[in-house]
Design a protein around this ligand. Structure first.
Ligand code: FEO
Ligand code: CA
Ligand code: CA
Ligand code: CA
Length: 655
């Protein structure tokens, strides 16, 4: 979800001084080094050539580049689509992109067909939810033709879901049209879904009477685990144990573990809480750092737990990574507090060479941080159940990117460095509940909105999507965030020293600065092989396919910003074509591109089209007057967020 669009109504946040913004002043690397070019001069060794190549967009190989399987010719084999904006989706020639699940599709045999005019909370809880961001595929018996699809339902658009309602907010209309029924439909449309799918004669189908089918909502009972579980700051009037919470909210991206669980990440949880705390309340500073207090939803009007004046600790119980076993529909989802409390974008991981599992985590806010979590224990591939406690014990780290192309992972351990009682951290629970403030004190590098992060198991390189940050000023530019007024974002590539994801040292460089490379002032650095369709802005989600190739989906491209809809691009990372991007898929007007996720054999690509028909700022679009009716194109039917399956016509691997 983009802060400028949809539920956050971030214009509200901006007008109120953007309470979520990192307020600390001691961490900007702009004070250490003024520009990227200085760094180039500093570097004479291994990274120098790559740094220049990333800066000027040539196709030179980095001097320390390991031998790669691909040099010279492009590794992606598909005919690029035209960039542009219209009412429907487009996929590269020779591929099918079919709708598998739409908002409102019945998931259970007894679930009613979707009827937007007579929707109820009970119906919605038995149907596919709204606005899928993350989608993952978990094979059954290792199959690429039969498995469980896990999908997040991040947020809702009341103006597109409900007839006659329009945009509801705190500032202009005081949520005047939101009834309890509508709020409860929203609560039921949040969360996620588990759906069994099977490929029969080349066509993917939903298994309708599957024993695995599940809807998780913002009301589903969950357990809080790890170091913050049971802490006084996690207790409410409904839960005096500090270990039980109802629901997950604003689940953006996520991950799938090697032991077959689904990690779902609570992102902009702040927008769901009403009411204010007094300035002297013990949680006041904590909540301010997360931007809590400007509601984007009316839930607090009808449910006390979303009203801070009545339940001051409830917001501490959101902002976590949730682990779910999709093979057990009765599994109580676990909020794994050891992974920290931030506006979590995603949680993609990699098994380290020593067997420990390492999860990379972006905190999606301007000037916030990149994190990783390293488990204390090792993944046991022989005993699935033995892995279910892995995410409760380990070390959380936050990244500092130095101007010389090196970097350090700073451990977030209570009692070490500034994380002591003198700074208000009495235990590891305090460090985790206030992860952002702890990272401020450690001197982490303020990034341009860290989104999805993926490690490439073939090269051990890590790709960090930094979507944009138009608030970065000239004097705040640093080597890892090299552009002021960064409207189009960039991608940072990280290389752990010795290929050790559990270690604390890494090197890094900017892989590509995004935007239109034909406009010099934009400063984009795609390779010279990239066509006018091939460049993109605002990288958001990403995936690495089984051939080790990087795919990027975007959030924020539109006619005005970039002259193109959001979509999916394939970006070369190795060899002479490094930095070359190609356009594979684009979404209908108003939508954001989510997913992407591949089956293990690379023959199927799952994509999610989020908020189709959502208006650009200032332009009206509503249930009654939509700008597209994708994907049904039927009168009376609103646009419907949907999940798509992409396959090659006649079969075979994608691209
Ligand atoms: Fe939900 Fe960071 O996008
Ligand atoms: Ca986004
Ligand atoms: Ca995202
Ligand atoms: Ca991903």
């Amino acid at each position: 979800m983009d802060e400028h669009k949809g539920r956050l109504r971030a214009s509200d946040l901006e007008d109120s001084g953007d309470p979520g913004i990192n307020p600390t002043h001691n961490l900007t690397m702009g004070e250490i080094i003024a520009s990227r070019f200085n760094r180039r001069d500093l570097l004479r060794g291994s990274l120098a050539v790559a740094a220049i190549s990333a800066t000027v967009g040539t196709r030179a190989l980095a001097a320390n580049e390991q031998p790669t399987k691909r040099t010279g010719a492009a590794s992606f084999d598909f005919k690029e689509i035209e960039a542009g904006v219209d009412q429907t989706h487009h996929v590269a020639e020779g591929y099918d992109a079919k709708v598998l699940l739409r908002w409102g599709d019945p998931l259970f045999p007894d679930a009613p067909e979707f009827d937007p005019a007579s929707q109820t909370p009970e119906r919605q809880a038995r149907q596919f939810g709204y606005n899928t961001d993350f989608v993952g595929y978990i094979p059954i018996d290792g199959s690429s033709d039969h498995g469980l699809l896990v999908a997040n339902h991040e947020y809702t658009n009341e103006e597109l879901m409900f007839p006659g309602v329009g945009i509801q907010d705190a500032k202009d209309v005081n949520f005047s049209k939101m009834t309890k029924d509508l709020v409860d439909i929203e609560i039921a449309a949040h969360g996620g879904a588990v759906v069994e799918i099977r490929r029969v004669n080349g066509e993917w189908q939903v298994v309708k009477d599957s024993k695995y089918t599940r809807r998780i909502t913002a009301d589903t009972p969950m357990e809080i685990t790890g170091p913050a579980a049971g802490h006084d700051r996690m207790k409410t009037s409904a839960d005096n144990t500090g270990r039980k919470v109802r629901g997950m909210i604003n689940n953006c991206a996520g991950g799938v573990t090697p032991w077959g669980t689904w990690l779902s990440c609570e992102e902009n949880f702040n927008g769901y809480f009403w009411g204010a705390l007094t300035d002297t309340h013990q949680e006041a500073k904590n909540y301010k750092r997360y931007g809590i207090g400007t509601p984007a939803y009316a839930w607090g009007k009808f449910h006390d737990r979303f009203d801070l004046a009545k339940e001051p600790n409830e917001a501490n119980r959101f902002g976590w990574v949730v682990e779910i076993d999709p093979f057990d529909p009765n599994f109580v989802p676990k909020k794994r507090t050891a992974l920290g409390r931030t506006k979590h974008e995603g949680a993609a991981g990699i098994t380290n060479k020593d067997g420990r599992y390492v999860i990379y985590l972006g905190d999606d806010e301007r000037f916030d941080y990149v994190y990783k979590f390293v488990t204390a224990g090792k993944v046991d591939p022989q005993n699935r159940a033995a892995n279910f406690g892995l995410l409760d014990e380990g070390t959380l780290y936050v990244a500092r990117y130095n101007a010389d192309g090196k970097g350090t992972w700073l451990p977030m351990i209570h009692g070490q460095g500034p994380l002591t009682e003198a700074n208000g951290f009495k235990s590891q629970a305090d460090v985790l509940i206030e992860t952002r403030r702890a990272a401020d004190l450690l001197g982490a590098t303020k990034m341009d909105r860290p989104e999805d992060i993926e490690a490439n198991p073939q090269t051990n390189r890590i790709y960090v999507m930094l979507t944009n940050n138009t608030r970065r000023k000239d004097d705040q530019v640093d080597a890892a965030n090299p552009r002021a007024n960064n409207a189009f974002g960039h991608i940072v590539e990280m290389m752990p020293d010795g290929g050790d994801h559990a270690g604390t040292a890494f090197t890094w460089e900017v892989l590509v600065k995004c935007g239109d490379p034909s406009i010099a002032s934009v400063g984009a650095t795609f390779s010279s092989e990239t066509t006018k369709n091939g460049w993109f802005g605002m990288p958001d989600n990403c995936a690495v396919d089984s051939q080790g190739r990087l795919w990027i989906s975007t959030d924020g491209n539109n006619a005005k910003a970039t002259g193109r809809a959001d979509g999916l691009w394939a970006l070369e990372t190795e060899g002479e074509m490094r930095g070359t991007s190609k356009h594979f898929f684009r979404v209908p007007v108003g939508a954001e591109m989510c997913g992407p996720f591949f089956t293990p054999n690379d023959e199927t690509l799952f994509l999610a089209v989020q908020h189709p028909g959502e208006a650009e700022e200032g332009a009206p679009a509503s249930f009654d007057n939509p700008i597209t009716r994708w994907p049904d194109f039927k009168n009376g039917m609103p646009p419907r967020p949907s999940l798509l399956v992409v396959t090659k016509k006649g079969g075979g691997k994608i691209a």
